[in-house]
Design a protein around this ligand. Structure first.
Ligand code: PXL
Length: 283
């Protein structure tokens, strides 16, 4: 595949921030985001929102980071290092969502810095990563700041109450999500429609874009959503349009799914490490 342009050694690459939770198993969350950032050649910045205690079998619990520390991380790096794009992942509570929204408004008062909001609600095992009472904060505080939101079908059901079962309900969900204020809404199709395809639908209030890749059949897809959002943010930091950035993110996560590996006794992670085997064909 064609990767993002690489910055020559010794020069400062684009900076992309992840505002998300830590996964002690190293498969999802901050760890997945930083792997994708590094292997795409961008500099990763971090605001940790929560520390999960988990392994390949599930999430045993999590500790929320104090609000002043969440806001402090965002302010500290934005004011000194600068941020060309960001993504949010696990945000745990409405208080953290409000804190992140306030801090992000200060970083990008005019919405000039792209923000990918991946509305993480639960792990793939169904373990909660967001308090149910925080859904409203997600909808009202963070979605209006988003360049693009990237829910999966379970998150779509929780956020807008639509069961996506076919192309028409996927369009209806995209319209409802866009109505909450993001510039673009991506409804990830996952296993929708046919087992051979993974159709994602992107909508900006005017045009629908469909991204359809063959579905990679792997039991090891921990961190797939995080990786798609991280790669999309990295492409936006390079100045890609949203449809081009999403198309890139989708290609990247498809390759990471192809390279997924078993880990522990449960579900293994998608892997960005395949990139280390590729020659640099970006220039
Ligand atoms: O993949 C969603 C996700 C995001 N962030 C953290 C997670 C998970 C899934 O388990 O643990 C920290």
């Amino acid at each position: 595949m064609t990767f993002l342009p690489l910055t020559p050694p010794g020069e400062t690459p684009p900076r992309v921030m992840t505002i998300a939770g830590s996964d002690s198993g190293g498969g999802a969350g901050i760890q997945a985001d930083l792997r994708t950032f590094a292997l795409l050649g961008v500099h990763g910045l971090v605001a940790v929102t929560a520390v999960t205690v988990q392994n390949s079998l599930g999430v045993k619990g999590f500790h929320e980071i104090p609000l002043d520390v969440v806001a402090g991380q965002i302010d500290a790096v934005a004011s000194d290092i600068g941020v060309q794009a960001a993504k949010t992942g696990m945000l745990a509570s409405s208080a953290i969502i409000e804190t992140v929204a306030d801090a992000w408004r200060a970083v990008a008062p005019d919405g000039a810095v792209p923000l990918v909001v991946d509305p993480v609600c639960a792990s793939m095992h169904g373990d909660p990563l967001l308090h149910p009472s925080a859904l409203d904060a997600l909808r009202t505080q963070l979605f209006p700041l988003a360049t693009v939101v990237t829910p999966n079908l379970d998150e779509v059901r929780l956020l807008v109450g639509i069961d996506v079962v076919d192309e028409e309900s996927q369009r209806e969900a995209a319209r409802a999500l866009h109505g909450l204020g993001p510039r673009w809404a991506l409804v990830k199709g996952g296993h929708l429609r046919s087992s051979a395809h993974s159709p994602d639908l992107l909508y900006d209030g005017a045009e629908f874009h469909e991204f359809d890749t063959s579905r990679i059949d792997t039991g090891h897809d921990h961190g797939a959503g995080d990786t798609l959002a991280a790669a999309t943010a990295a492409a936006l930091a390079h100045g890609y349009t949203v449809p081009d950035a999403v198309a890139f993110g989708k290609r990247w996560v498809t390759e990471c799914l192809r390279a997924a590996y078993p880990l522990g006794h449960g579900h293994g992670p998608v892997s960005a490490l395949f990139r280390l085997h590729e020659s640099d064909d970006s220039r």
